[in-house]
Structure formats: C-alpha cells, structure tokens
Design a protein around this ligand. Structure first.
Ligand SMILES: Cc1ncc(C[n+]2csc(CCOP(=O)(O)OP(=O)(O)O)c2C)c(N)n1
Length: 656
C-alpha cells in the first residue's frame, strides 16, 4: 500500500513517522508527473517544491496555520496533499479543479491567485488581521525568486519589516522565473550562494576574527568593532532582508526534507518577521525538466520516458508567433523599435526579437507597471517601444498607461496577448477587461485585428504613427488563415472599418476575433431569410464615424459583438455614440478624426450588444467557453435572428 493511499489530508501526513517523509515526497512527485503527463498543466514548479510542500504541511498546523502560495502554479502537490488527489486529473478542465489556488475550492487554499507576487502582501494582511482579532496561528507566504522581482513583493516587505509582528516568508529560490530569472535581485541571490570568492572570504574573515586577541587599545577596539560588524554582514548572506527588518534564515537545501522540517520547526518558534531562504531546483525528479526547466514550466501531455509531447503539432501558426516574427521584420526596417516583455519572452514570442536584436530587447521581470513606465521613458527619447504583455497582466499597469504614457501623449505600442478567453488558465488569466480599460483612456488608439495579417498591419501602423499610445489585442489561438510577410500586407487606412458583407435587416459590428464568427452567423442567417451586414470594426477608438452613420441610417437593427466585458465595452461605447447621433450631438473633441455628422433624422435602430457578461468566467477550453457565452457563429446568428424577429413582429402588429 502506498503512503498516498493513507495520506489524504495534512493531518494524515502529520501522523506519519518522520522517516516516511522522503518516501511520501517520492510518491507525490510521481503522482504529479503521472497526472501532468496525461493531462498537461503547470509542471516544473511543483516538482521543485515537493519536499517543501510536505515539510510545510508537516510542520505547520494547516488549515489553522495559513500557507499562501504565490501565483499558485506550483500548488499541484499541495492539492494532492489537501484532499484533492483523486480530482487532480480534472485540473484545468471545465468543472474540474482550478489551475491555481482558490479559497472557494479548499480551506487549505488560504488565498486565491494566478497573478504573481501577491503572497507577501496577502499573508501580511492575514497576520495583521489575526492580531487585530486576537487570534493565534502562523502565516507563511511562499514566494519564488521570479516573483521576488516584482515591486509588490518589496512594498510588502517594506511594510512588514518595519514591525515586530510574527510573520514568515519562504523564498523558494530556483534561479528561474518561467524563463531564467532576470534582474539585480536575481544576481544578488545567485552571487550570494555560488560565488566561491565570497565563500572563501567568509571563511578567511571568520578565521582572522577567531585569532584576534582581546584587550586591545581604543582605536583597535573601534576597528575590531567595525570589522566585526562588516563580518557579521558578510556572514549573513541575506543581508538585504536583514536590512529590511526580516530575520534571515538559510540558505536551506530544499531537497532535503529533514533539513526543511528541522529549520521550519525552529522558525515556527521564532518571533517577528522571518525570511527563510530555500534553494530548490525547478523540475526536480524529472530529468528532462531538470535539464530544461524553461520548456517544462508547463506542458501538454507527454511520454514519461522520452519526454516527447503527445499532442500533434501543425496547422496554422499561433497569433503570438505571428506577432513575434512580424515584430522582428518591422524592427529590421526601423531602428527605433525596441521590445519589452515582463517575464514572458516565449509567451509573447518576443524571444524571437531577443535573438534578432538582443540590445533592443528588454525583459523587465514580473514588473508590468515598471515595464510600461520604462517604455514611456524610452519614448521620450525618440525610441519606439512595443510593450508585449498579456491582457490580464497589463491590468497591473493601468495607472502607468494612464499617467505615464497617455497623459503625455507618448507613442508607446501595447501588444496585448491572450486577450479575451484564455482557456484552461481560467478567470485569473482571461483577458476580458482590456477593451473596457483601453477605451476609457483619453488619447489611446484602441484596435483589434480580425486575423494575423491585419494584426501585423495594425502593428506596423502603431509603430509608424505619432498620434500617441496605440493598443492592439490578439487571442490565445491560431490565426484563422496563413499570414504573408509584412511587406506583402496592404496598409490599413487609419480609423476605418471594413464592410465584409452587405445586408439590410441587421448590421453586425464585430470586433477582432468575433469577425469570423459574425461572418459564419451571416451565412446562417441568410439561410433563414435574414439579410445581415458584417462590419470589421478594427478601430474601436477613434472609430469610423462616417461608416457608423451610414450603417445606422440603413439598418433597423445593430448588433455589436466583442470578446470582452460587455460592461463599458465596445458595445456600450457604440450604444452611447449612436444615441448621441440620434440626439444630433456634436462628437467630443478627441473623436474628431472624421467629420461630424448631422442628426439621424427618423432612423432609430435597435441596438444590442454581445460580449462577456458581468461575471468572472471559469476555466475550460477556449472554444467551449466561447460557445457557452454565445460568442460563436451559432450564438451570434441566434441573437441577430431574435432581434430581426422582434422587429418584424412589431411591424406586422403595427400594420394590422
Ligand atoms: C503579474 C504576472 N505576470 C506574469 C505571470 C506569469 N508567470 C507565471 S509563473 C511565472 C514565473 C514565476 O517564477 P517564480 O516566482 O520564481 O516561481 P517558479 O515558477 O520559479 O517556481 C510567471 C512569470 C503571472 N502569473 N503574473
């Protein structure tokens, strides 16, 4: 019988003799490898924290004591040990376990996440709340060295370190983010552990001190005191944390479960803010992942022996690849262009840019806000930054977009990856807010391409234009058709829409990814006797006012469709604009890209919008989730048919 058959919850784990812990570590590791090899998912990070997860649940009284996993991509083994082992194979599938930690999934998930670097702030809030309420339990934040590059982590350390409140931070240092970790903090941590000269110096100073005789004169005493202080600092590898008010413990070998249990047990008895520095190897226990932790951060199903992926590749390229290759091409003709990523070089395919133009490529780490303000600074110097960040992570940088870029009218291009429904990564990763937040920023050009070629045409325009900030979005999906080289892609006329199909009963104003489904809907509608126009609204703001006027005058029904939040989205914006047309209002100054138009007169179309409802969307396959939301050909046709049907019956009733 395996230990895992008996260990379903941490209480079972705590009942084991200590000698069984290494065996349990092996079992959870194998279970994790087995499940991900069949189902795919986040892989290397959980392998790296197998010992740490076992030790934390062994030493701390969870769920009374709170463990806050940063991001949550490394929590698979935590899930295995907290009553979710049987359900682990459902992870990331619709109705199955969540990809990250969630408070509503388990009482052992003390805090929900998916975005990085929230753990110290959240855990610090818990520790403070505990004390305010006079309770008594331990709070432990577990954060990776990648997430430690994010400003939020330092804001929290700065806050917590100034007090003597009991609070534990475990720094899981594996020298990796998704890609190799970047930045000065990373250099510091790595240097501290691996630098042989430093280690030799430490030993030497230790020796000298031990030999220094006591009873020296004042001056010598002073010098000795200073020396001692410096030596103390040299002997304290985590000086930076000590200076921030944390007691530093470590480094601890994160793959020695006994060492971890010993250290954590001691730390549990200490007072005040403590930082435990644990060294781990990402991918530990699976040779392919140990050798190439970057590739194995996450994986599709794979063969456990060869490590080879089981899913067939091929078909059309993904948007992100087309973007990455196109950006390299565009940068070849324009030396001003630089690329910025926030720790997602392969996710955004800016790794291609790094290879082509290393000196014009900047990975700022998990620091989206900084990345945007850095871009603003670059733009003041005539550099043309293209900031490639997932739509969901760019939420972090909203004020930087507003205050540092837009308010100063700086020409920064925002390329938003994973815009719309991101799929299996779920609500923390869906990029459903960017249309709403970008539309709200004065001076921002907001665009959404219908396919890969249009994405590159918009990117080219964004880089060339001087109007100010410019955004474009693309989904986590393959492009709908082949994409030619940039030079062969025709120009797109700024701020124009494109009529793809002319009809008379209803006009579908489609945004980006919804253009294809809108065309499918129009074909289906035709079969049921409804004539639909389809307009590719590639410029959301400024938009094609002349065309809007024409459409409004010639269609009794208008349906907007977008892969974004309905509240404050493109549909809401258009409804307001159409309303203003009807009232004969002059457009606001920022929208005067095209001439103002006259009042609509007698035409008053019915306007409806489709998009993502005012709720968080769960995880699941992108296609299925979109179909659930009615954001596919069938759903759009159904809605448009309903609108036309209502108008027809109303007209029939009026005639009768
Ligand atoms: C705000 C934000 N930006 C980017 C990401 C994407 N991301 C997920 S995990 C990860 C790397 C985290 O590295 P680290 O904290 O060291 O954990 P490790 O995977 O090495 O265990 C990144 C960049 C994210 N989740 N949140």
């Amino acid at each position: 019988m395996s230990l895992l058959d008996r260990v379903r919850y941490p209480a079972d784990l705590r009942a084991l003799p200590r000698d069984d812990l290494p065996r349990l570590v092996d079992e959870v590791r194998n279970r994790h490898i087995d499940v991900v090899s069949h189902k795919g998912g986040h892989f290397g990070a959980s392998l790296g924290v197998a010992e740490l997860t076992v030790a934390l649940h062994y030493v701390f009284d969870t769920p009374r004591d709170k463990i806050v996993w940063d991001t949550g991509h490394q929590a698979y083994i935590h899930k295995i040990l907290t009553g979710r082992n049987e359900r682990l194979p459902t992870i990331r599938t619709r109705g199955g376990l969540a990809p990250f930690c969630r408070r509503d999934e388990s009482e052992y998930d003390a805090f929900g996440a998916g975005h990085a670097a929230t753990s110290i702030s959240a855990a610090w809030g818990m520790a403070t709340g505990r004390d305010l309420r006079g309770e008594d339990f331990h709070v432990v934040a577990v954060i990776g060295d990648g997430a430690m590059g994010c400003g939020l982590a330092y804001e929290a350390l700065n806050n917590a370190g100034a007090t003597d409140r009991d609070f534990i931070v475990v720094l899981n240092d594996n020298d990796m983010s998704i890609a190799p970790a970047v930045g000065a903090m990373n250099k510091y941590l790595t240097g501290m552990i691996t630098n042989p000269a430093y280690n030799r110096a430490r030993e030497l100073v230790k020796e000298v001190l031990q030999r220094t005789p006591t009873g020296l004169g004042d001056l010598m005493q002073d010098v000795a005191g200073k020396l001692e202080e410096s030596v103390k600092h040299m002997l304290t590898p985590g000086l930076i944390f000590e200076e921030l008010g944390f007691r530093y413990v470590g480094p601890v070998d994160g793959h020695d479960v006994h060492a971890l249990v010993d250290r954590l047990s001691r730390v549990k008895r200490l007072k005040g803010p403590i930082l435990v520095h644990v060294l781990t190897q990402k991918g530990k226990g699976f040779v392919h992942a140990e050798e190439d932790p970057w590739t194995w951060h996450a994986s599709g199903p794979f063969d456990k022996v060869t490590g080879r992926g089981l899913k067939k590749r091929g078909g059309l390229p993904r948007y992100q690849k087309v973007f990455g290759q196109g950006l390299v091409e565009l940068a070849g003709g324009d030396e001003r262009v630089v690329a910025i990523t926030a720790a997602m070089p392969d996710g955004t395919s800016t790794d291609l840019f790094q290879k082509a133009y290393p000196e014009r490529y900047f990975d700022v780490g998990i620091a989206e806000g900084h990345g945007v303000t850095f871009a603003a600074g670059l733009a003041t110097q005539g550099v043309r930054p293209v900031v490639a960040i997932y739509s969901t992570f760019l939420q972090r940088a909203f004020d930087n977009i507003v205050h540092d870029v837009a308010l100063q009218g700086l020409p920064v291009v925002f390329g938003m990856d994973r815009a719309g429904i991101a799929g299996e990564d779920g609500p923390t990763h869906h990029g459903t807010l960017d249309i709403a937040y970008m539309l709200s920023v004065p001076g921002m050009t907001v665009t959404a391409p219908k396919d890969g070629a249009e994405m590159l045409a918009l990117l080219r325009l964004g880089i060339a234009q001087e109007r100010g900030p410019f955004s474009l979005r693309w989904p986590r999906d393959a492009v709908p058709e082949e994409v030619p080289a940039v030079a062969e892609i025709p120009e797109v006329e700024p701020f124009t829409w494109e009529v793809l199909r002319e009809g008379k009963d209803v006009a579908i104003l489609a945004v980006g990814t919804m253009v294809g489904p809108a065309l499918e809907a129009a074909a289906a509608l035709e079969r049921s006797g409804v004539s639909a126009s389809v307009v590719n609204c590639r410029f959301l703001k400024p938009y094609d006012r002349e065309m809007l006027e024409r459409i409004v005058r010639t269609h009794p029904a208008i349906l907007t469709v977008e892969e974004g939040q309905e509240t404050n989205g493109f549909g809401a914006y258009m409804a307001r604009e159409i309303n203003a047309l009807e009232a004969g209002h002059t457009p606001a100054p920022s929208e005067l890209a095209v001439p103002a138009m006259a009042s609509l007169g007698p035409v008053t179309p019915v306007v409806e919008s489709m998009g993502i409802p005012d709720t968080f969307i769960e995880h699941g396959a992108r296609k299925e989730l979109l179909a659930d939301l009615g954001l596919d050909g069938e759903g759009i046709a159904h809605r448009a048919e309903g609108m036309v049907g209502t108008l027809r019956s109303r007209a029939a009733a009026e005639r009768a």
